[in-house]
Design a protein around this ligand. Sequence first.
Ligand SMILES: Nc1nc2c(c(=O)[nH]1)N[C@@H](CN(C=O)c1ccc(C(=O)N[C@@H](CCC(=O)O)C(=O)O)cc1)CN2
Ligand SMILES: [Mg+2]
Length: 291
Amino acid sequence: MPAQLLDGKVLSQRMYAAMTTQVQELTTKYGRPPGLAVLMVGDNPASAAYVRNKERACERVGIASFGTHFPTDVTQAELEQTIQALNTDDRVDGILVQLPLPGNHLDGTALLLKIDPSKDADGLHPDNLGRLMRGEPGLRSCTPNGVMEMLKAYDIAVAGKKAVVIGRSILVGKPIALMLLAENATVTIAHSRTPDLATVTQEADIVVAAVGRPNLVTADMVKPGAVVIDVGINRIPTESGKGRLVGDVDFAAVESIASYITPVPGGVGQMTVAMLLHNTVLSYSRRLGET
Ligand SMILES: Nc1nc2c(c(=O)[nH]1)N[C@@H](CN(C=O)c1ccc(C(=O)N[C@@H](CCC(=O)O)C(=O)O)cc1)CN2
Ligand SMILES: [Mg+2]
């Protein structure tokens, strides 16, 4: 029997519907909508598309967006001043810097440190990452939080399960490992220096692939009945020249072995934007003393 799809499209639509009502009520109560500021530098086409998706999603649920687009040669000081101004702008509840930054002249970590942690919609400030590590409330990073939301929505038990996370990035690998641990999974983090990756993943009840390499996870690496979460986003060339989006998992082969699997597109990526909006509303609510 093929695996059941974990449908990020359906789940994110459901979240948007609920958020639309919530945002309407909050806007009436407090006299202003929640606001999200996205800083985009340069013109990487994929980043521009993600930023457009974020702005469209905000518009759909009634969140105000304050997008700022900078040329590639913007200075670090100019970006830091913009962040400082957004920190004190009462219309803004969430701030994020779209990644990756172009060139080598900008220090992304230094920019993140400038964001007021209570407005850190991406959950990437060390304060929020530290809160995650300590199990304290804070803003959680969007993609990992979206994965946890998917597992919850499909009633997939995590406690007591063996989870293998492939990838150790600060954006996905490390935070998802901590979130699975917080839900009492036994977590292994594998990476490019892990010898014999297949032996490690074959043990897993839950596999999370977050590396950015097409077909990294093949059928022989997956235990029958495992839950497979594909966080990879890889655009591969096609004859038409348009390119095709694939994840890190050989979907066609793994689908017949796993119990649940996320598609790409239409899986985790959809949840990333939904969780960003969720964080913006959460930050607004906390800043106004709602929660
Ligand atoms: N500051 C940040 N930068 C980046 C993040 C992030 O969370 N914060 N994540 C990625 C890019 N990203 C959001 O920024 C993102 C990636 C993918 C999707 C998505 O909806 N994917 C769709 C397919 C879309 C397509 O066809 O290209 C899907 O999987 O269905 C949304 C957001 C790196 N940078
Ligand atoms: Mg996806």
